[in-house]
Design a protein around this ligand. Structure first.
Ligand SMILES: C[S@@+](CC[C@H](N)C(=O)[O-])C[C@H]1O[C@@H](n2cnc3c(N)ncnc32)[C@H](O)[C@@H]1O
Length: 318
């Protein structure tokens, strides 16, 4: 057990807490101590080191200790502070939403590429299947087109895309009313709420099946039933199971979405799906079997895992 310091200055508190977390097996002990102390004092992590010899007052110390106890019991840091950085945006999170993961930024990057490709190659077409000659510097006739995210959670993904693609409008769907409230709040804070329309929906059920969307993306629950028990307690006990569990093989929702999506996506538009470990091949096969897609490829995350499967909706003529 770490020895309590003579005086609870910022630096002494950080050292004590990091040691305490380390002995209790809390992951990333130093970072957790810094984030929780910065949150308690409403300062940045850098400020902690600029004011390292400032003592905590009894009220600050009591609030900080309460957070340390909750972290020690497994509660994720992001739920304790109510914030998580994603795509360099400050995203508010509550226990109603999954904490956005760094690897999901791969989905954002792949969607950005697809949107730009669509704008260059498809947005100027007059109708699905109508090929235009690619001569001269053809500019899209209209650059305002629609994207759709299914399962928005905190809204991190659709908000990141809306900030990057200011001429696109978006629809964001989720079954969870609690998640939609958080997503709307985040969209308002990031000043994109006027371009993202949030709706409660079981997959695409709330939308009329018209091929309106240039992009459809989803990070749906994909944890297979058998893997649930093996998830860290930090996830199992605190994050919403409805954001994680994907049925027997994890692919229940992804399978349904692949079946439904062709009715909603324009020819030449793109479908992007985040997948779990070892699922990319199966998802690729499902997209191939549907016959509605071409250019199917998987995209790796920074750890080399196939994280996103991307496919293009075939043009009616193609
Ligand atoms: C893995 S989380 C992803 C959240 C967010 N997009 C992200 O990447 O951080 C999955 C989300 O899908 C939602 N969801 C689960 N089943 C759904 C369904 N049938 N239709 C729509 N959304 C669903 C959950 O409520 C949850 O918010």
């Amino acid at each position: 057990m770490a020895v309590p310091p003579a005086s609870w200055t910022i630096l002494a508190t950080l050292r004590w807490t990091a040691d305490y977390f380390r002995t209790k097996g809390v992951s990333e002990p130093r970072a957790a101590a810094e984030i929780l102390l910065a949150h308690t004092l409403s300062v940045s992590r850098l400020d902690l080191y600029l004011r390292y010899d400032q003592p905590l007052n009894p009220e600050e110390l009591a609030r900080f200790k309460a957070l340390v106890i909750r972290r020690r019991a497994g509660e994720p840091v992001a739920y304790l502070t109510g914030h998580r950085e994603f795509w360099s945006l400050d995203i508010r999170v509550t226990p109603a939403v999954l904490i956005p993961r760094p690897e999901t930024e791969v989905l954002v990057a792949a969607a950005l590429e697809a949107a730009r490709f669509y704008e260059e190659n498809e947005a100027g077409r007059k109708g699905p299947g109508e090929d235009q000659p690619k001569t001269g510097n053809r500019k899209p006739e209209t650059s305002s087109f629609l994207g759709l995210e299914v399962g928005v959670g905190s809204g991190a993904v659709v908000i990141a895309l809306a900030t990057e693609l200011p001429r696109m409008a978006w629809v964001g769907l989720d079954t969870s009313g609690g998640a939609l409230a958080v997503a709307r709040d985040n969209a308002r804070r990031q000043a994109v709420l006027d371009r993202v329309h949030f709706l409660q929906s079981d997959l695409l059920a709330a939308l009329r099946p018209t091929a309106a969307f240039a992009l459809l993306l989803a990070n749906l629950p994909y944890v297979p039933r058998a893997q649930w028990e093996r998830l860290p307690r930090e996830i199992k006990a605190f994050e919403p199971p409805g954001a994680l569990l994907g049925g027997e093989d994890g692919l229940d929702l992804i399978r349904s979405l692949i079946r439904q999506a062709p009715q909603y996506v324009k020819g030449g538009g793109w479908v992007l799906l985040e997948v779990g470990d070892q699922q990319a091949q199966q998802v690729t096969a499902l997209l191939q079997q549907s016959g509605a897609y071409d250019r199917i490829e998987s995209i790796k995350d920074f750890s080399g895992m196939e994280r996103v499967v991307r496919a293009r909706r075939r043009n009616a003529a193609g």
